[in-house]
Ligand binder design. Structure first.
Ligand SMILES: Cc1cc2nc3c(=O)[nH]c(=O)nc-3n(C[C@H](O)[C@H](O)[C@H](O)COP(=O)(O)OP(=O)(O)OC[C@H]3O[C@@H](n4cnc5c(N)ncnc54)[C@H](O)[C@@H]3O)c2cc1C
Length: 601
């Protein structure tokens, strides 16, 4: 089946189907064809680079060692935002650029995935504070308006209005507030849709494919040596330009070249997830801490695209984050008891009913890829990105933030394009919507009819539209063929059985962990952390993946051990012990250990 995405390009939607069969074809092509560009790293930056290259007419391959989005790109605060605190650091260019990107996501590129979210910034008494904060947020809105802001402007709240909006706030915690708007996105879902969109435009993509070395001809890098983390098969992928988009792993790839210019340091940030009913509030909050800010972010099953903060049945709050140096395992950063206690202490300063450890459904930790700077204080290091060429044929792109991935990707491909021996058109990704974006609004407007035709409750169709946009058609087709797939997974929150099957047939999920952690967010949205539905999910995956009973049992047991190790690590006081405990859990993928970090994987 072929279709047009927007007005920009002809795409083949069959190519966007990521499953074991298409992966096997991709591996064959990777081993036999020569590409203009090979991108290492299937996080948002690498996926963005693959899409940028493919839509300029270049041949491009994208190689990810684990699952797409399994690095930092599934572990962020999930905000498309300008970053209010960078405004305080007077980084106007960065804020303006990020706000432009935020608006682009909301309006054009992924309106089905990005949704408005409001925050209150509590004030503590002095008029001067209201003037200072009000002026800052007014500037934030003004910068956003320059590029057509689809969100409402900020407003000032007095004490009573604030109490009505956020009844859970202690009365002595604020005398009023300023409320402003930003956007949020399910980062893992967005990244996988970006990968699929790149594939639809012709990128050859493969997960579970670790780059273990660079191919050299003299001084020049001419491709990569890659190893399949499922079978151990090795292959050489030839390319004119190699782009290193591996974030906190940047040094590992640079060291294969013998030299590197980018120094990327990892800073750990953790988040807690608690049920919606633990905090009564009609808006998120942004709270000042001694060194940074703390977000309390509404996180719910996407049942609304209107942006109102009505609580859904499966709603949650995300509380975060921290900012501490991390030199241990890069793939599975562990949250310690100290991290968790810190977040609880911070948020409890303003809550009428304090949160306790028993309220915590999920915990996740991620690593900020910070460009090495002069300052020893993580919070002051720049979030801006850098693109450098170390040796002919090898370019690294790192830093930045999720919101500005498209700009990072464009800059990396611009540099690579200068090294190709032909004229390459400029980036056009600001006009390339993600799969599911085009046609989303008409379907949303017709959701009651769609629900009646599919014999589903409208809430289920809304849930699907909020996660797949126009691609919901494909899930409804699956449900029409097998009505049982229209049922929710038992103990699986709002997620339908069809989503599990679709994750395997279209979204490249290869292991149980991929589905429970990233295609769905059951690992952080349930008190059982996905364990109680692991059996059903594994059995749904078994058919399309060809798993026998032993493999099903092995996947379930490995997932159970992972959750147990994470829970245990979260009782440990310090990073080193938490890391050691987390590292005791078995991995679904078999990677080889690369330098130069002693404990990095
Ligand atoms: C706690 C926290 C909160 C954040 N919140 C926000 C936010 O709200 N908004 C925002 O805009 N930004 C936020 N960020 C920043 C943002 O998440 C990151 O900047 C972004 O996700 C980085 O994406 P990436 O693709 O560069 O890195 P990653 O997602 O880490 O991707 C790198 C990929 O490279 C792969 N890889 C590594 N080595 C190899 C190899 N040898 N072969 C093949 N593949 C390899 C890895 O497996 C990984 O998937 C946050 C970050 C953190 C840590």
């Amino acid at each position: 089946m072929t279709a047009f995405i927007g007005q920009t390009a002809r795409v083949d939607t069959e190519r966007s189907q990521l499953n074991p069969a298409t992966r096997a074809e991709a591996l064959d092509r990777l081993g036999t064809e020569a590409f203009d560009i090979v991108v290492i790293g299937g996080g948002v930056t690498g996926a963005g680079a693959a899409l940028d290259a493919a839509t300029r007419g270049l041949s491009v391959a994208l190689l990810e060692q684990r699952d797409f989005g399994s690095g930092t790109s599934s572990r962020s605060s999930k905000l498309f935002h300008g970053g209010l605190r960078y405004l305080e650091q007077r980084d106007f260019r960065l804020v303006s650029e990020a706000l432009t990107e935020r608006n682009l996501m909301l309006r054009d590129l992924c309106p089905h995935l990005a949704r408005p979210v409001s925050f209150v910034y509590p004030l503590h008494g002095r008029l001067a504070e209201r003037v200072y904060v009000g002026a800052g947020i007014a500037l934030y809105d003004a910068l956003a308006r320059r590029h057509g802001n689809p969100l409402p402007g900020h407003r000032h709240l007095g004490r009573r209005a604030l109490q009505r909006l956020v009844p859970s706030l202690r009365t002595d915690a604020a005398v009023g507030a300023v409320q402003y708007w930003d956007a949020q996105v399910d980062d893992a879902r967005h990244t996988v849709e970006l990968v699929r969109t790149a594939a639809a435009h012709g990128a050859v993509v493969a997960s579970s494919l670790q780059v273990v070395d660079l191919l050299r001809e003299g001084d020049r890098v001419v491709g990569v040596r890659a190893r399949c983390a499922e079978s151990g098969r090795e292959l050489s992928v030839r390319a004119t330009q190699v782009i290193n988009a591996t974030a906190t792993w940047t040094d590992q790839i640079q060291s294969m070249a013998g030299r590197g210019q980018l120094r990327v340091r990892a800073s750990k940030g953790i988040h807690l997830v608690v049920p919606r009913d633990r905090i009564h509030a009609g808006s998120g909050m942004i709270l000042r801490t001694a060194t940074s800010v703390l977000f309390v972010i509404p996180w719910r099953s996407p049942t609304s695209i209107t942006g109102d903060d009505a609580a859904g049945d499966h709603g949650h709050w995300i509380v975060g984050t921290t900012d501490t140096e991390w030199n241990l395992d890069l793939a599975h950063p562990a949250a310690s008891r100290t991290d968790i206690d810190y977040l609880l202490a911070q948020v409890n300063q303003v809550l009428r009913t304090p949160l306790t450890h028993d309220d915590i459904e999920g915990v996740y930790a991620g690593l900020r890829p910070l460009l090495e700077g002069e300052s020893e204080d993580n919070s002051a290091l720049s979030r801006e990105h850098a693109v450098t060429q170390h040796v002919p044929g090898l370019i690294s792109v790192a830093g930045g933030k999720y919101t500005t991935y498209r700009v990072m990707a464009r800059d990396a491909i611009d540099m690579a394009a200068r090294n190709l021996d032909r004229r390459v058109p400029p980036s056009c990704t600001e006009r390339v919507p993600l799969l599911g974006a085009v046609g989303h609004q008409p379907r949303w407007n017709s959701r009651h009819r769609l629900a009646a035709e599919a014999k589903l409750h409208v809430a289920r169709v809304e849930h699907l539209l909020g996660r797949y946009g126009a691609q919901t058609d494909l899930l409804l087709e699956l449900i029409a063929e097998q009505p049982a797939l229209g049922e929710p997974v038992a103990h699986g929150g709002p997620y339908l059985a069809a989503e599990v099957v679709f994750a395997v047939t279209h979204e490249g999920a290869l292991h149980l962990d991929d589905v429970l952690t990233r295609r769905t967010r059951l690992s952080i949205e349930t008190f059982h952390r996905g364990v109680d539905c692991a059996g059903e999910v594994a059995r749904l995956m078994a058919g399309p993946l060809g798993w026998d009973d032993a493999t099903v049992a092995e996947e379930i047991e490995r997932y159970r051990l992972r959750v147990a190790a994470e829970r245990d690590s979260q009782t440990r006081a310090d990073d080193r012990t938490a890391d050691a405990v987390r590292m005791g859990a078995p991995e679904p993928r078999h990677l080889v250990r690369l330098g130069p970090r002693p404990n990095g994987s």
